[in-house]
Design a protein around this ligand. Structure first.
Ligand code: SAM
Length: 258
């Protein structure tokens, strides 16, 4: 199975690893929670450039990485030639042989069109008793960053930007998991202020990397002043002496297919 979904090309895969490698670095404890065993079959949904997929493979599991971005998958294949990666959308994928576990780091909140369908697809990809172990943005994630964006857009007389994410509360996501046939074994909801070490341009860089769709269609000449204003508005909450800090809130869970 290999199909391209260009609309999911939301960011640059080269910049992703060099500037935003913290996403995978911070996902390492999630691999511990997954606890992959030698010989197990694991699917990594929204695998990006494959850094965590490779960590799972390193522990002896047979792993498949799926991502909606062909650029991410190309880079993953180049970096880890011994691992299987394919382009696929979380809303629309199926597997021939079921997996022992589905893993996902920092990706489910991007699959915002229909989260229930994504969970149902994960269930269908698992054997009964199979694990779904994931971390995603939770309710309130990046609240200061998005408030600064919304205010800047309003000040510039622009229509409110359509934010591309789904940040559920723990109760809401647990309900969805149960409805789709999972038993929730662990659910954590926590603040994780994250230094944007690689973002000299602060909140503006973060918007360019993670919310670039909101810049599409804007008159080119206002993009820089608009992002400068986002920085001014976000700075009181997020700029420290040591640098910028993103106000991340995470939802981490382990669930089992009934
Ligand atoms: C922040 S990255 C995380 C990548 C990787 N899991 C990691 O920890 O480094 C989010 C990934 O989700 C992918 N993604 C977004 N929407 C998707 C969808 N509908 N189906 C599959 N992948 C998707 C993006 O292409 C991107 O690679």
């Amino acid at each position: 199975m290999r199909y391209d979904t260009p609309s999911l090309e939301r960011w640059n895969s080269r910049a992703y690893d060099s500037s935003f490698g913290y996403v995978s670095t911070q996902g390492a404890p999630l691999v511990d929670l997954l606890d992959p065993r030698p010989g197990e079959r694991v699917l990594d949904l929204g695998c990006g450039t494959g850094v965590l997929t490779a960590q799972i493979a390193f522990r002896g599991a047979e792993v498949l990485g799926i991502d909606g971005s062909s650029a991410m998958i190309e880079k993953a294949l180049a970096q880890y030639p011994g691992i299987n990666f394919i382009v696929g959308d979380g809303h629309d994928f199926s597997v021939v042989d079921p997996y022992d576990a589905v893993f996902s780091n920092a990706a489910l909140h991007w699959m915002s069109r229909d989260p229930g369908t994504v969970i149902a697809n994960v269930r269908e990809a698992l054997t009964p008793g199979g694990r779904f172990v994931a971390e995603m943005g939770g309710a309130g994630n990046c609240a200061e960053l998005t408030a600064a964006m919304l205010t800047a857009w309003r000040e510039y007389g622009l229509r409110e930007p359509e934010l591309p994410w789904y940040f559920p509360s723990p109760a809401e996501y647990a309900r969805r998991l149960e409805k789709e046939g999972f038993v929730v074994r662990l659910l954590e909801y926590f603040d994780r202020p994250t230094p944007l070490d690689e973002c000299p341009g602060g909140a503006a860089d973060w918007v360019r990397m993670f919310a670039s769709s909101v810049l599409e269609g804007l008159p080119p000449e206002i993009v820089e002043p608009l992002l400068h204003r986002v920085n001014e508005l976000a700075a009181p909450a997020l700029r420290r002496e040591t640098g910028w800090m993103a106000d991340y809130v995470r939802l981490r869970f382990a669930a089992v297919r009934r």
